[in-house]
Design a protein around this ligand. Structure first.
Ligand code: CP
Ligand code: NVA
Length: 319
């Protein structure tokens, strides 16, 4: 059931920089709303154009397919509009301060979505903007991805508690947001990374706190076989994230043994589902046999970015 009051309190006119700011009830309500919006869309509804007259400005300092197109399509489907800005074409690309950019854009648009490098950049933008700021990926977090991930799991499994997700790969942005999301909604999560690539210690500490509240079991390990044992959901991300391209060779060696392949998924539950935020590198972090196999839901998951973000946009930008 959609808990409108919780959504109003935590989202209306607010920023979404990480899922750490949201209560478990709000996260569940967003998932429920995303599922409703998806059904409406499939039935041909325009949702009553709740964002008519609203404009979302989107700043990209890194490449994007899913985030860019799903946010833009989402705004249009909700009756609003989006302006896509590549940071190279903005004056920030020539050194104009983020704080000035935030103040200026606040006069033109109703909300800003940004994909950037350091998380401190989005924090600075949010501090100086008088309009909501949404995280479309920083080096620390990818909250919109995690909302779509939860939606995908909930649609297929119908619950969060009693499920185990195994994330195998780099302990960075996507892993961080998945950990926060799972711990908040009570889903067990095991994260397996090579040594030296573990999740951020402060995020892990916070996640353990959320897990203590929800009852989720959180395991951080360097053993992919232990992590994937009896998992209901298996999750992977690239080994070399955007901005780390120079480390590619080192990372290929470091992540040896962390590929999700047929031998590894044989340890998961027989009805496991495979998720990946995409883009994927077949035969690197995951084999084609898994990502293109019968247990993979990666394209449904990518599709859910649209619905999860529409739920978020309606709640953040509505009058
Ligand atoms: N998963 C994701 O954020 O994809 P893009 O980089 O294509 O936006
Ligand atoms: N970890 C990846 C996610 C891309 C959506 C990156 O930061 O490049």
């Amino acid at each position: 059931m959609i808990q409108t009051n919780v959504l109003d309190t935590e989202l209306k006119g607010k920023d979404l920089l990480t899922l750490m700011d949201l209560s478990p009830n709000t996260i569940q309500a967003l998932v429920d709303k995303a599922i409703v919006l998806k059904k409406e869309k499939l039935a041909g509804s325009d949702h009553g154009k709740p964002l008519a007259g609203k404009i979302l400005g989107m700043i990209f300092e890194k490449s994007s397919t899913r985030t860019r197109v799903s946010f833009e399509a989402g705004m249009l489907q909700l009756g609003g509009q989006a302006i896509v800005m590549n940071s190279k074409d903005l004056q920030i690309g020539r050194g104009e301060p983020i704080s000035d950019t935030a103040k200026v854009l606040s006069h033109y648009v109703d909300g800003i979505m940004i994909r950037t490098f350091s998380h401190s950049i989005i924090e600075e933008l949010a501090e100086h903007a008088s309009i909501p700021v949404i995280n479309g990926l920083t080096d620390l977090a990818h909250p919109c991805q995690a909302l779509a991930d939860l939606q995908t799991v909930f649609e297929v499994k119908g619950k969060f508690t009693g499920l185990k997700i195994a994330y195998i790969g780099d302990g960075n942005n996507v892993a961080h947001s998945l950990m926060v999301a799972c711990a908040k909604v009570g889903m067990d999560i095991s994260v397996a990374t090579p040594q030296g690539y573990e999740p951020d210690a402060a995020i892990t500490e916070a996640v353990l706190g959320y897990a203590a509240e929800s009852g989720a079991n959180v395991v951080i390990t360097n053993d992919p076989v232990a992590a994937i044992k009896d998992a209901d959901v298996v999750y992977s991300d690239v080994w070399t994230s955007m901005g780390q391209e120079e480390e590619n060779e080192i990372r290929l060696k470091a992540f040896n043994g962390f590929q999700i392949n047929d031998a590894l998924v044989a340890n998961a539950k027989p009805d496991y589902i495979f998720l990946h935020c995409l883009p994927a590198h077949r035969e690197e972090e995951v084999t084609a046999s898994v990502i293109d196999g019968p247990n993979s839901l990666v394209f449904e998951q990518a599709g859910n970015r649209l619905h999860a973000q529409k739920a978020l946009l309606v709640e953040i930008l509505k009058n």
